[in-house]
Write a protein that binds this ligand. Structure first.
Ligand code: SF4
Length: 371
């Protein structure tokens, strides 16, 4: 990561510490910035009267704000870096430190992909218009479940949705103008309460998606957000990486491989009788009500569900329980991205509902979103 080109914006934090006269502050930084954390601690301590404790456990999102343990240590303020405020209250005063990257890639390399995806969206619109018999058989429903794009209707437009990861969101308005100049209609989608900024997406929330968006462009790097976006929306996605200027697209074969794996896991739990239901203890992952609903659903089908609460979820912490399978209500990406690491099937709540026959295959795959 080119740190010289990142802006960490520590000055606002220092001002706040001075204004509040805070003496003990906890600093929480994403995994990719941990190497620089000590330097940041030196800077905050040099510029203020506060002592800084690094919250050194892994942190992958604003869902994972440090809370009661830091309170017990006497921490007065949590400084959380690289993520934005969510619709959660950790019970601790928290200051979010924005991180922005100044990369400004050319749009030229991605235009061809955008044109191809726009044509795909137009083709889908035509198919929807001509679909005079929307009732489909169970086998057709299963095929639709495995379709990476085109599984979710209604689609009402072919606009380009412009989204990004948080350190690149400041680029979106300017990119919207640039892309509109070459003839695309562009929308920067505004999501629900879990998202703070226009065009923002999280690995567990793509709530800005709209019916008039037919395809997407993501400004960012890596495939974590792109995989979730295509699984959630069923729409083609182009990628432009501000770190190296490279353009690519999310492979639909890859998404279909994941969907096939999800299909296999649903079939695998068909005869399972006992389930561990995982509840995340992190403030922004805790879905207790959903977990209890899953337990009741299992009881309705004469199956057993055990509620298991964890802060971190990993194979060595759950594999040994004598149950047939697990349903995950913590971070949705644990089931989607990591299920091969677990000895027993690890499925999402939607997938359990399909396995129990409560939800039908016909509507296609439904991504497990935290609203
Ligand atoms: S994807 Fe998981 S880690 Fe990321 S914000 Fe959502 S719940 Fe947190």
């Amino acid at each position: 990561m080119d740190l010289q080109r990142h802006d960490f914006q520590l000055s606002e934090l220092v001002e706040k510490i001075k204004k509040n006269d805070n003496r003990l502050v906890a600093l929480q930084v994403p995994e990719g910035l941990k190497m620089q954390a000590l330097e940041m601690m030196d800077k905050i301590e040099a510029d203020s009267e506060a002592k800084v404790i690094l919250a050194a456990d892994p942190c992958y999102g604003a869902c994972d704000l440090v809370h009661d343990k830091m309170k017990m240590m006497g921490v007065e303020l949590v400084a959380h870096m690289g993520h934005s405020q969510m619709n959660i209250d950790s019970g601790m005063p928290t200051h979010f430190i924005p991180v922005t990257y100044d990369g400004d890639p050319e749009i030229e390399p991605v235009i061809e992909i955008l044109l191809k995806h726009k044509a795909m969206a137009e083709h889908r619109l035509m198919e929807i218009e001509n679909d005079i018999n929307p009732v489909i058989t169970e086998n057709e429903g299963k095929a639709r479940f495995l379709d990476a794009v085109g599984r979710i209707t209604p689609l009402k437009g072919n606009k380009l949705g412009l989204v990004g990861s948080i350190q690149h969101l400041h680029l979106l308005e300017e990119y919207k103008e640039r892309i509109e100049k070459i003839g695309f209609e562009v929308v920067i989608p505004v999501g629900g309460e879990r998202l703070t900024l226009p065009g923002q997406v999280l690995g567990c929330n793509y709530s800005g998606d709209r019916d008039d968006i037919g395809h997407y462009l993501f400004l960012g790097s890596g495939d974590f957000h792109p995989i979730g976006l295509v699984m959630h929306t069923g729409k083609p996605l182009a990628l432009l990486d501000p770190y190296n200027g490279e353009a690519s697209e999310m492979s639909l074969q890859r998404i279909e491989r994941i969907l096939r794996q999800r299909f296999g896991l649903i079939m695998a739990v068909d005869k399972s009788n006992s389930f561990g239901i995982l509840i995340g203890e992190k403030p922004g992952q805790m879905r207790r009500n959903l977990a209890i609903r899953m337990k009741r659903l299992l009881e309705k089908h004469n199956k057993k569900g055990y509620l298991l609460a964890l802060d971190h979820v990993s194979p060595d912490l759950i594999d040994f329980y004598p149950v047939d399978a697990f349903v995950n209500t913590a971070c949705p990406r644990i089931a989607i991205d990591d299920s091969v690491r677990y000895a027993k099937p690890l499925i999402t709540p939607f997938e359990l509902e399909v396995a129990l026959g409560e939800k039908k295959w016909e509507s296609g795959y439904q991504f497990d979103e935290i609203p």
